[in-house]
Ligand binder design. Structure first.
Ligand SMILES: [Zn+2]
Length: 145
């Protein structure tokens, strides 16, 4: 229910675990192990003892719309969202810097020509750079202010 939100938070550099198929038990276990805040639209799950007693931190996401969700995150968690390309948007892994010459045949020619800095996710075999997509992300974050 918050898959898109998870991606945007990763785009802002936050360490976000997203498991679409996880059961409530699995989510609670994971959150407890790694001291994470559970972001959820599922009010039924929040009736669980672990949340009621404050054992697991959580934030109930009030809205379906991404912009409103991002807005709520900023105000409720007191964070400022801005693009910070450090994590893989797909898998949450930390990206590693790669040399420009190493990506020559791995990225589109116009990207190679115009970009200087490249990052790489080992797990997804995916390259990242601050191109148009990055600007779109920045605009989304700016638009929630
Ligand atoms: Zn990845």
């Amino acid at each position: 229910m918050v898959g898109k939100l998870a991606k945007y938070l990763r785009m802002a550099g936050y360490d976000v675990l997203y498991i679409n198929t996880a059961s409530d038990d699995q989510i609670i276990k994971k959150a407890g192990e790694s001291d994470r805040i559970v972001l959820t639209r599922d009010s039924l799950m929040l009736a669980r003892r672990e949340f009621k007693k404050g054992i697991i931190k959580y934030l109930f996401i009030k809205d379906d719309k991404l912009k409103n969700q991002l807005n709520q995150i900023e105000s409720d968690l007191k964070v400022l969202l801005k693009p910070n390309l450090v994590r893989c948007i797909e898998c949450n892994r930390k990206l590693i810097k790669v040399k420009k010459e190493d990506v020559k045949n791995k990225v589109p020619p116009h990207v190679y020509k115009t970009q200087q800095n490249f990052l790489y996710c080992k797990k997804c075999d995916k390259y990242y750079w601050r191109g148009t997509h990055y600007d779109n992300i920045r605009n989304t974050f700016l638009s929630i202010k």
